[in-house]
Design a binder for this molecule. Sequence first.
Ligand code: GLP
Length: 244
Amino acid sequence: MTEARFCIFDTAAEVATAVAASVAETLALKPSAVLGLATGKTFIPIYAEVVALYRRGGISFADATSFNLDEYIGLPQGHIASFRAYMDAQLFGHVDFSSDRTHLPGVTGDIELACERYEQAIANSGGIDLQLLGIGQNGHIGFNEPGSAFESRTRRVALTASTIEANTSDFPPGESPPAEAVTMGIGTILEAHKIALVAVGANKSDALRTAFKEAPSVDNPASALQGHGSVTVYCDRDAASKLV
Ligand code: GLP
């Protein structure tokens, strides 16, 4: 098994520069690349850096395709805290992505069918070239909470109380996150050719240590990445502080 490669930086800004560079490199090698995209606070400076590279003429998404990891169930369309709104605000609205090639999981109507179609669309695209991943404080990747099978596919999931609490600050005052979401499965994620996992801040240090320094266990979904041959972990010193 090839161990994950760790790239540890002093600041979140340096992490953002490095992750944006890996997106740029993926597009330079293959302009029609399929990108697996993540949301969360960690990715705000990363997408800002990607947009800056685009504005400097360094990259184009004109021939690229994207699939996001997850989306909440039950938010009104266009809700400011939906992951579609996040992606529009942080990335899609500022670069030359073709809107019919940016995909988020379907969360209305027949959700089970939408999940099957999401899997099919990823397969039809040729598979994900570079999957960006954050990590939850409980080790979740996408919205695969502890207990998720490593073979799991895109599906409807219930969020844990700790995830709901961690994401409440993304919502307007007085609102809290929905209790359910659709997420790509861990099995789906593991099929990406390359994976970049990003962790910033001391509150991610325990999850990162358990994910990579202990035996893989469904108790820490990110530990499934130990079974993937091409994972790079981009983190700051605070997140890396318990890795030794
Ligand atoms: C969110 C997302 C994950 C994300 C994680 C960490 O709920 N579903 O994809 O990686 O939690 O988010 P943050 O970067 O805000 O800490």
